[in-house]
Design a protein around this ligand. Structure first.
Ligand code: NDP
Length: 287
């Protein structure tokens, strides 16, 4: 049986550590603050935003939630971002995705000051990641790397296969693995013979959004399997992109869904927000 990588418990430990860091910041008059902009009433987004607010509370971060109507104009959102960029109480800003079609994700992301870009999606932060000189790193990939590190297994020289090439998960995690000297293959919807590529991997990262697409028999014996997927079945149950039962027969380490990558994503958002507050306090700025 594989070792289950317990993201929930690791996220809890990270939050305890952050709570300890927030104490001295507060004593110096700095209360880390996270502003979240939610447009419309997408039910999944509302759940995520609520979870982020609760997590902020747990570690002592101030959470400022801005709920905007579905038909808000881009100019109005840009005006709010500009106000938050100039608000001393706010150290991190995030725009909850997905956005309604009339709002341009790129325009809004680029409007966020890179020093407050705790989601790590601003082109400045993406560029720094590409250069191997990260400033703010995107939360889900950062959480995945923490989970991999927790296994204690050396990543250098390993064959890693990332299934999915989104800007928020697949591409950045592939870069992070590359910077740790893994040999990385990125698969996507046009990739042929994915099964063979996954079958060669010492490390599999599944970030597709298709329930149980990665089958157990594809997995190489002893591989580490990180399942990023969150897919809700008709009965309301969450399942990942990996056939957990089948993959568990082959993997040495595997993340569950739920309780794997998800909690780490929120923990890394808090980590980035505290980092933003510490940077402001020490006068460090994006250059
Ligand atoms: P996207 O939809 O943005 O990207 C999905 C990727 O999967 C694309 O690159 C797409 O390829 C690829 N893909 C789709 N179908 C196939 C296929 N049949 N074979 C191979 N590749 C395929 O998703 P995200 O990256 O945003 O999210 C991926 C999953 O992770 C989702 O389930 C999402 O809910 C979950 N997620 C979980 C988070 C967490 O905290 N646990 C955080 C973020 C996401 P192409 O580019 O060619 O279209």
């Amino acid at each position: 049986m594989p070792t289950i990588i317990d993201g929930k418990s690791q996220a809890k430990d990270i939050k305890i550590g952050l709570h300890r860091e927030v104490g001295p910041l507060k004593e110096n008059g700095v209360i880390p603050g996270l502003a979240v902009i939610l447009v419309g009433d997408d039910s999944a987004s509302q759940v995520y935003v609520k979870a982020k607010g609760k997590a902020c509370e747990e570690v002592g971060i101030s959470s400022f939630q801005h709920r905007l109507d579905e038909d808000v104009t881009e100019d109005e959102v840009l005006k709010l971002i500009s106000e938050l960029n100039n608000d001393e109480k706010v150290h991190g800003i995030l725009v909850q995705l997905p956005l309604p079609p009339h709002l341009n994700e790129r325009t809004l992301t680029e409007a966020i000051n890179p020093d407050k870009d705790v989601d790590g999606f601003h082109p400045y932060n993406i560029g720094r990641l590409v250069l191997g000189e990260p400033y703010f790193q995107p939360c889900t990939p950062l959480g995945i790397m923490r989970l991999l590190e927790s296994t204690g297994i050396e990543l250098s020289g390993k064959e890693a296969v990332v299934v999915g090439r989104s800007n928020i998960v697949g591409k950045p995690v592939a870069l992070m693995l590359l910077h740790r000297n893994a040999t990385v293959t990125i698969c996507h919807s046009k990739t042929r013979e994915i099964q063979d590529k996954v079958g060669r991997a010492d490390i599999v990262i599944a970030a597709v959004g298709r329930a149980r697409m990665i089958q157990g028999e594809w997995i190489k014996k002893g591989a580490i399997v990180i399942d990023v997927g969150i897919n809700r079945k008709a009965d309301g149950k969450l399942v990942g992109d990996v056939d957990f039962e089948g993959a568990s027969k082959k993997a040495s380490y595997i993340t569950p869904v739920p309780g794997g990558v998800g909690p780490m994503t929120i923990a890394m958002l808090l980590y980035n927000t505290v980092l933003a507050a510490k940077r402001r306090q020490s006068g460090l700025k994006a250059s």
